[in-house]
Design a protein around this ligand. Sequence first.
Ligand code: CA
Length: 365
Amino acid sequence: MKKLLVIGITLVLISCSGTEQTNVEDSGCFSTGSKTYKWTMVTTWPKNFPGLGMGPENFSKYVDEMTCGRMQIKVYGAGEFVPALGVFDAVSQGNVQLGHGASYYWTGKVKSSQFFTAVPFGLTAQEMNGWLHYGGGMELWEEAYAPFNLIPLAGGNSGVQMAGWFKKEINSLDDLKGLKMRIPGLAGEVFTRAGAETVTLPGNEIFLSLQQGVVDAAEWVGPYNDLTFGFHQVSDYYYYPGWHEPGSTLEIIINKEAYETLPDDLKAIIKYAAKSANQEMLDEYTARNNKALTELIEKHNVDLRKLPDSVLIELKKITNEVMEDFIEDDPMAQKVYKSYNEFKEQVINYHRISEKAYIDTRELD
Ligand code: CA
């Protein structure tokens, strides 16, 4: 028996070292699986769109690199395989394995999904990552998507956005009355209560809608992305701050059955590739937004404006009312809102004396 065991261990050692050597010499890869997985990812963004659209591209690239090509993910832009707002259903129904988008697009199907993208006057990018990965947010997101056969992962973050593009000045809440604006999610409801007419349009429809007067105003992301779409050609005023989207998290969604077919190493690689893509996007925006803003102001004569404090205070009041009504008939949304708010209260407390105090300190003369 002992002898057999020794022979067995020796054979295992020989076969392991043999495999390792072969792969190092052949390709520099240690990955040894024989099966290749070819998956499809549909997205809500135009193909290769700077910033947002690089989330899925980077994710696909990282998975390919980390699996030595054992797993290949083909990324389709909005409308190439399914329409932008068809991503959730396509992945949920298993027509494709993966999707990349923003969870608040699906508020009509899953109310609580709003909290996993952005909440007006809510968490910043840094705080969202803290809540999702160390504050119970991810577990709630998984619970919210489980009935739809979906596994969610954070897959990018815009940082604080801009309040948006307006064709006329906003000096008081009255200026919002009758305004037609592209602004999705809860913020859209806030603007509606302030008297505006709001719509959710995918990014690639915003320019024409502004140009043709279908909308008078639109928010998209921030300078780096907005410059690409050319909104400065069809509206005069560029307002900040992005009270409505202070740190929008994007999502990667995975069809659960497809995920279950993966070996453990590929499951782990998907998780860490998503984490990398999540951080990478924020890094890119951090690096590029100011250059784009400078170009918008200096080259394209964009009129940069801050929303008056009086308007922001009113919007905050309306947001609180909207939140209460929004969660009223949905136990899951109530549960997520509670977790989100508890995290927000404690993180604000510390960030008041750390992030905020430091940024204020840096501005001192
Ligand atoms: Ca936005």
